[in-house]
Design a protein around this ligand. Sequence first.
Ligand SMILES: Nc1ncnc2c1ncn2[C@@H]1O[C@H](COP(=O)(O)OP(=O)(O)O)[C@@H](O)[C@H]1O
Ligand SMILES: [Mg+2]
Length: 252
Amino acid sequence: MTEILRVEGLQKRFGGIVVSDNVHLSIASGEILGLIGPNGAGKTSLFNLISGVLRPDAGSIFLRGQKIDGAPLYKRARMGIARTWQNMLLFRSMSVLDNLMVGPREYVGESIVRLAFGRAGVRATEAAMQERAMGILARMGLEQTAGSLVVDLPYGQQKLIGLARTLMNDGDLLLLDEPMAGVEGAAYETMQRVVRQESEAGRAVCVVEHNVSFIRDLCSRAVFMAQGKILQDGTVEELISSSVLTELYFGV
Ligand SMILES: Nc1ncnc2c1ncn2[C@@H]1O[C@H](COP(=O)(O)OP(=O)(O)O)[C@@H](O)[C@H]1O
Ligand SMILES: [Mg+2]
């Protein structure tokens, strides 16, 4: 298995709160890693550190073996780090299609394309992006929502649109922050199927999720995090059967 992401000795604190305490982690191509732990454990902060929203106090991050510590958020996105946001951050009063057309990885600034290829070039780039967007929506059975405003869709479909927008970045690391929160029924099945397909396509996936059965169905491996520390790394069954963790998290 090819290693896509490696995190070494990551350290980050906010005042007195340590959100990342000597975190070591590695995710391979084709792997779906579950990241679980109580609220405030530092899971979203870890995604923020990896994607470049936050700078670590110490430690390093490698993407396909290349150190990316100095790269800003947009460059990491171009390098292939794709993420969803816990609170979605969709443009709710824009159409579904327009949400997908905003900010994919290979988007070349319109002015540059115009310089090189003229107006026809701009139209060609847009057409290719639109085709890609419609393909992703079709995979989710959502192509008929392309012209709808996000705000008019049911919550589960909005979460899928958040994933669809993330998939516009054809990167090989996918970070999903609580994709299933509040999602049930058909949208749940679709989310599960699409995440599995992405890993089968060779992407490395890391998913933060409180829904243990979702993690159990999807993840070969999971890590448990609390107070910025990774306390255990193993199979989901191993984590669930650990007495320390069940007390801390599963409330048993
Ligand atoms: N930008 C920030 N500034 C200050 N404190 C923060 C910031 N981001 C997160 N925190 C704090 O760090 C801790 C971990 O938060 P977070 O990473 O969101 O946890 P989780 O996603 O596991 O619930 C929380 O106590 C949170 O309040
Ligand atoms: Mg979080």
